[in-house]
Design a protein around this ligand. Structure first.
Ligand SMILES: Nc1ncnc2c1ncn2[C@@H]1O[C@H](COP(=O)(O)OP(=O)(O)OP(=O)(O)O)[C@@H](O)[C@H]1O
Length: 677
């Protein structure tokens, strides 16, 4: 694992008209492709007391871009090479850092006429990826330490979870398929419109949140690599922005997360500090892998050239030069075949088998290896070769090699068997993909139907845009399920036929096998086909478990939120208006939790998708088969139910079923804000 320093570049934007009107002048000068000169405006103030202070400072970075550099220049020099790494399977992060109004959003998002890095990078990625890759996009913002899904505005607040391997995940964050560049542009535009932006004194279109675009590249259903593109909110001084009220509170939250980021950068850059505290903000927790981790990371520091922003510029350049000392250890993700170890083992078996098959097809070779002379035999009665094996008969003096029908037929059957096994493997993989998609659709449909039913019960004839959208989505999902069901029938039919043919070939090969080696070859080939089928079954099992885990994670996040609200309600120190608002929020979360959990409770219906023609793992060893495992998991889930809060006290329903009855749903009907599912 090779260490690699963070790539740190600086972009200086042109002086703008407001700055010129304020009689501000340029105090930052790019000297060449790497160096930048910062001149303290005090130098021109003729202050005798400060005459001896150092007024100029040079900084050197991996690259420096001045006012004349355009978006393409920045991309080609800095982010272009990162795209190559992402294509090779490395995770990467590019983030824009700098004071408010310094040009971060311009660089990352850009304008219609001058698209920024998010567009240029995804475009470059598309040009380099071929059809075997799939691209998924997620777009979120962190606003006042709250994570929101920019692609699913009704999704509510999202939580961060750390799995047992230390990977940070955002359960419930939507990821959207981006089959082409125009879809990406559309997704980005939609997301950007939803981003929290406000005018401040320092910037007319100030981004008040950190925006994180995540591009996931998937190959053979596993993650190939991940690219984070981040437009951070600007660091700001309250005096500069003249912010009050909400803007001031936002500023404090923005600065808190940036302070946490600064602390992480300081700790990582320091040679003495051992402990790095990522936990102080959601931003730093999300960036854990990008700073000091296994990703390739590029920081684009932004400064204004204006003398009025000297202090911010100085701080940014100091941070940036400190960040140059950070080293990551980029690691390529595991190859797309989710089970490299298994694949290697299979290759070893294949190789071994290949050599045995090669040897067994040459009778002379076999005979020679057994220290026996070659035999002559009947060409017309292949079976007699195995029955009356010449190996037990008296050796004949002939050196002619028998490549008669017996030998060649065995070879032909063996080749047919291998081709068939390969075909069966592909069919099983197809079946697995169909099952997985259907499983996920069914889970989503269960939640959707329950929400629609509850809405209709509570609101009768009243229509609602979100409910109508849910209905339309549900309709599309049902159509897709019918398609999948047809596909599954076809694949299963082909699989059954293939299995019949395979067992026919197997018994013919067994009866033709004349030697121990040939018998061994048949055994190995059958074993290999079995292992392939079991492997797919295991992967399928894992994928379904992954879907369940994701849903469970989101449910847990909702439960945590519920606890927070419940605590505040029980605490009771609320005026009437706040209590009412909180109670409504409480009901919404309770609803979300309920609808999200429903598919897990109904797992028996959905699991049928996974059981067809995929062999059950360890079934004959009396270990728990998948259905049982899932059933017991669903049993546990169905025991979870949230209490009702009345007058500031928690009341648990008398039975677990109680909380999920229609009555309960009517008690806490689906509100105007529909729960995300
Ligand atoms: N390189 C550039 N060339 C021309 N105009 C630029 C450049 N960089 C920034 N600008 C302009 O400067 C203004 C402020 O830029 P921008 O909104 O990108 O700043 P920011 O750092 O994202 O601010 P905030 O943190 O407040 O969101 C915008 O009007 C933008 O168009």
């Amino acid at each position: 694992m090779q260490k690699q320093q963070l790539t740190v570049v600086v972009r200086v934007r042109p002086l703008n008209s407001a700055e010129k009107a304020r009689k501000a002048f340029q105090c930052v000068f790019p000297l060449d492709k790497k160096r930048v000169l910062l001149v303290d405006p005090e130098k021109f103030e003729n202050n005798i007391l400060r005459q001896n202070r150092q007024h100029e400072r040079k900084f050197e970075f991996d690259a420096t871009f001045g006012a004349v550099s355009n978006q393409e220049d920045v991309h080609e020099t800095t982010t272009g090479p990162i795209i190559d790494s992402v294509v090779q399977g490395f995770n990467a992060t590019v983030f824009a850092y700098g004071a408010t109004g310094s040009g971060k959003t311009f660089t990352m998002i850009g304008t219609k006429e001058r698209p920024g890095l998010m567009t240029l990078m995804t475009k470059a990625l598309y040009e380099k990826l071929d059809g075997q890759y799939q691209v998924l996009l997620s777009y979120m913002e962190i606003y006042n330490e709250i994570i929101r899904d920019l692609l699913n505005p009704t999704g509510g607040d999202l939580e961060l979870l750390e799995d047992e391997r230390g990977n940070i995940r955002v359960p419930g964050l939507s990821s959207v398929k981006a089959p082409n560049l125009s879809r990406i542009m559309q997704i980005l535009q939609e997301g950007n419109l939803r981003r929290t932006q406000e005018a401040t004194m320092a910037n007319k279109t100030s981004s008040r949140s950190h925006a994180l675009l995540q591009v996931m590249i998937v190959k053979n259903q596993s993650l190939h690599s991940k690219l984070f593109m981040i437009d951070l909110a600007g660091s700001e001084r309250a005096s500069n922005t003249q912010n009050r009220g909400i803007r001031l509170k936002e500023g404090a939250a923005i600065n808190r997360s940036l302070l946490a980021l600064g602390n992480v950068i300081n700790s990582l850059a320091s040679k003495t500090t051992k402990y790095v505290n990522y936990r102080d903000s959601k931003l730093t927790r999300l960036l854990k892998d990008s700073l000091g981790g296994t990703a390739k990371t590029c920081m684009i520091a932004h400064v204004t050239p204006s003398s009025s922003n000297f202090e911010e510029t100085y701080n940014t350049l100091m941070y940036a030069s400190r960040a140059m000392n950070i080293t990551n250890k980029p690691v390529r993700n595991r190859p797309a075949s989710a089970d490299q170890v298994y694949a290697e083992a299979m290759n070893a078996i294949r190789k071994e088998m290949g050599s045995q098959i090669k040897n067994s097809s040459s009778i002379s070779g076999l005979a020679a290896r057994n220290g026996l002379p070659e035999r002559t035999g009947s060409r017309s009665r292949p079976k007699s070769i195995s029955r009356n094996s010449s190996l037990t008969r008296a050796p004949a003096a002939s050196t002619t090699i028998d490549r008669g029908r017996g030998g060649s037929l065995f070879t032909q059957l063996k080749e047919q068997y291998m081709t068939l096994s390969d075909k069966q493997r592909k069919l099983r993989e197809k079946l697995m993909a169909i099952n997985q998609e259907a499983y996920s659709l069914e889970m989503s449909l269960i939640s959707k139907n329950a929400i629609i039913n509850a809405w209709e019960k509570a609101h009768q004839d009243k229509t609602n845009d979100s409910v109508e959208r849910l209905k339309q989505d549900g309709e599309l999902q049902r159509v897709r399920l019918v398609e999948l069901s047809d596909q599954r029938t076809k694949v299963e039919k082909a699989l059954r036929k293939g299995d019949e043919n395979a067992s026919g070939l197997e018994s013919r090969m067994r009866s033709l096998a004349a030697t121990n080696e040939q018998r061994e070859v048949v055994k190995l080939m059958v074993k290999m086909a079995e292992i392939e089928a079991q492997k797919i079954s295991a992967l399928s099992d894992l994928a379904i478990k992954g879907l369940i885990m994701d849903r469970t994670d989101t449910s847990i996040a909702k439960l945590q939120k519920y606890e927070l609200v419940a605590d505040r309600l029980i605490d009771g120190k609320l005026d009437e208006a706040d209590r009412k608002k909180l109670e409504e929020e409480y009901r919404l979360i309770k609803n979300q939790f309920h609808y999200h959990l429903l598919p897990l409770k109904n797992i028996q219906t959905t699991v049928s998708w996974n059981s067809m023609l995929l062999p059950k793992i360890n079934n004959n060893n009396n270990t728990i088969i998948m259905e049982e495992r899932l059933n017991s998991a669903s049993k546990k889930k169905s025991e979870i139910s949230l209490p009702i809060i009345a007058n500031g006290r928690e009341k648990y329903p008398t039975s677990s079923a109680e909380s999920t009855t229609d009555d309960d749903r009517v008690n806490s009907p689906v509100t105007e804000r529909l729960p995300n599912i």
